[in-house]
Design a protein around this ligand. Structure first.
Ligand code: HGY
Ligand code: MN
Ligand code: MN
Length: 425
């Protein structure tokens, strides 16, 4: 018999809405740190990233936290527990965004973590762990077509080949890091030792419609899907759009269109998730039959083996459909992340946290979206708390949350941290 979830919209018991209001105000303030005057865009190692880190560092300092930014561009704050130098329970998420982003993806997790620190700071001297907040960068991979760079460095999983990745202006990660004031030769200093950590808890908007459909403000994440990302190329032959008869054409864009439709059909058939988010026809003249098309491919599933089988099916189908048009299909992997199960004990603390808001049997779900917790899981147990977002919208300016749900989320986050403290005595 599940305890009734708090009626939607009910003011949360105990959560001063003021904390949630401040959290949402800070999401708005961070949304103003954007490369674009129209929407929100804040990418790895950009001036906006530096300003967001500085803003977060100021908020951390106000709470009495010791602050530092690491050699991967992540921003940290630390509050000692009942003794100096204890292993830390880390709360956090990311401050970087996708292009034309919403204002809550990642950001809500960071500002909510700071609200929890604000509440627990007066009793930090009784906590059996230090409390840290991390604002990761490059969870999205928007600028350099890979992802989780900041959290991978923290997990000690930095790959040297990432330095040579370039953005659309040809700037490499290495150059961008140096311009940002980082020393690439010291990136390994960002790695945290497992023995210095108790665990990692991340609050994040669900970025899907399940909580709204279940009329629940909060949910527990059981596992996080690992995405594989690719750049695909369809090669044909550029020709005159007027003078070239159809039998003589090797139109790369028509071939790519068949691939895009097959990606959706094969994903639906396999109960997987595959998306083409970007497509570029070359040379791009309106009177030129495209000779080359570059497109992105993002593939996920609840289990890695199902995801990998879907990648194979998509690749085989695309090879065949392109060959039938005398086109060539090439697939290059640009990012891969293994799916991750959330730690059972930390999940239990999240369940206890949600119970403190009146929901005794919270919705549990696997995350279709990727998160920094996936990288951090390599060095410490992780768990996530989902907050409902309107119509499941994310990665778009229409992304939104309610004040009440954010207040419930901060309450649950605080209660989850206290449950971890109780379990650790
Ligand atoms: O792509 C994702 O799932 C995440 O939002 N980076
Ligand atoms: Mn995202
Ligand atoms: Mn995110």
């Amino acid at each position: 018999m599940s305890a009734q979830a708090p009626p939607a919209g009910a003011a949360p018991a105990g959560a001063p809405l003021a904390d949630a209001r401040r959290a949402l105000r800070r999401c708005d303030e961070l949304a103003g740190l954007s490369a674009s005057a129209q929407g929100v865009e804040r990418v790895h190692l950009s001036p906006e990233h530096a300003r967001a880190n500085a803003l977060a560092a100021g908020w951390m300092g106000e709470l009495g936290m010791r602050t530092w930014s690491d050699q991967a561009g992540n921003q940290w704050g630390r509050l000692e527990g009942r003794a100096p130098g204890l292993p830390a329970l880390v709360l956090g998420s990311h401050l970087d965004t996708v292009p034309d982003a919403g204002r809550y993806d990642g950001v809500l997790g960071v500002v909510s973590a700071l609200e929890v620190v604000r509440r627990l700071a007066p009793r930090a001297a009784s906590l059996p762990f230090a409390l840290e907040v991390v604002a990761f960068s490059d969870e999205e991979g928007t600028r350099f077509s890979t992802a989780l760079l900041g959290s991978s460095a923290v997990a000690g999983a930095w790959r040297e080949e990432w330095w040579e990745r370039t953005d659309r202006d040809g700037v490499s990660v290495r150059e961008a890091a140096e311009r940002f004031g980082l020393d690439p030769s010291r990136v390994h200093e960002a790695a945290r030792r497992p023995e210095d950590l108790v665990g990692y808890l991340e609050l994040h908007i669900e970025q899907g419609p399940l909580l709204e459909a279940a009329d629940r403000p909060l949910g527990v994440v059981t596992s996080i899907a690992g995405a594989r990302r690719f750049t695909a190329r369809v090669l044909g032959e550029a020709r005159h759009a007027g003078g070239t008869p159809y039998p003589r054409r090797r139109d790369a864009l028509v071939g790519a269109a068949e691939v895009v439709l097959a990606v959706e059909r094969l994903a639906v058939e396999a109960d997987g998730i595959a998306t083409v988010g970007r497509l570029q026809a070359h040379p791009g003249g309106v009177n030129v039959v495209p000779g080359l098309v570059e497109l992105s491919l993002d593939v996920r599933a609840e289990h890695d083996e199902d995801r990998d089988a879907l990648v194979e099916r998509i690749s085989e189908h695309a090879q065949r459909s392109c060959a039938a048009r005398r086109l060539t299909f090439e697939l290059t992997e640009t990012h891969t992340a293994a799916g991750v199960r959330c730690d059972e004990e930390l999940q239990a603390s999240v369940v206890a946290g949600i119970a403190a808001t009146g929901d005794g049997a919270p919705l549990r779900t696997w995350s279709r979206a990727g998160h920094d917790a996936m990288a951090v899981a390599a060095i410490t147990p992780v768990a996530m708390l989902f907050v409902r977002c309107a119509d499941g919208i994310s990665h778009a300016p229409q992304e939104s949350v309610t004040l009440e749900d954010v207040a419930h989320g901060i309450d649950a986050f605080e209660a989850a941290v206290l449950d971890v403290a109780r379990r650790r005595g």
